[in-house]
Design a protein around this ligand. Sequence first.
Ligand SMILES: [Cu+2]
Length: 320
Amino acid sequence: MVNVAQAAPQVARATPTPGIGQPDGRLGVQDQFTPIGEEAAWFHNVILMPIIVAISIFVLILMLYVIVRYRRSAHPNRSRTTHITLIEVIWTLVPVIILVAIAVPSIKLLANQYSPPKADLTVKVVGNQWYWTYSYPDNGDFEIVSNVLSDADARARGEPRLLGVDERMVVPAGATVKLIVTSNDVIHSFGVPAFWTKMDAVPGRLNETWFKVDRPGLYYGNCFELCGARHAYMPVAVEVVPPAQFAAWVASKGGTMPGAVAPTSSDATQNSPISNPVPTATAGGSATETSPEPSNLIDATATPAVSTQGATNSRRGGTN
Ligand SMILES: [Cu+2]
């Protein structure tokens, strides 16, 4: 698996590890393999769940106590008490304190999700009825079409039913991967639970998310938006590989590594604003009016990041 660099055309495929990157019937969230995922799972498991359980048990005990202690047969003459200032202050302040205690780690997590480190790699994710395409603008802009495996093929390859795909998204381990997510037809949603990554794929709109995984392996996800008859048949499979193997895989797909060919364009891409979807709105909107093709959409929005000269040249070299 490590020495695939010499075998350029055919690159080894990772096999799934039980319990990692796929549902295994457990209660709770999957094991997390990104910094955001670890933080979010900690927030869920250590903060939210204990508070929710404690409140539920407290309220249940309180109700049982009141039902028994103040039952009608024990109190033939009802109490005329309507206000106790102390307890009203308490039951106002305690929930406020609980909410603030939840809000602090929650907002911190949200801020971390929206301030990714500089991207090492960009992958364009396009949802289609009913498959995904992945293209790699930093690596010669080759495109991969990812279709679900048939049950027989999945069994033959040792992959879980309805999660295995023919062509996986492959990314290098330890790299910050920026995803630009859009759709070709209806609203889909790209998600990988083990990364805590989920993003709507909306036609005519570019959404952005990111992940960074250090552990090589195979991680499955799904389309998370009900998108039509074969919604359940467009799984996501992300294979995280050592960087050398990623380079071999890119070569096997006819792509190039950024440093090797076009250092200037890759620099420009890396300098592009990571969490700024604003410039995409106008370009995306106009592109939608003329043509709904998402590759045009993304090219149109990608041009500001590269130099204006580059954009003009490519246009001249292309259709005009
Ligand atoms: Cu879908």
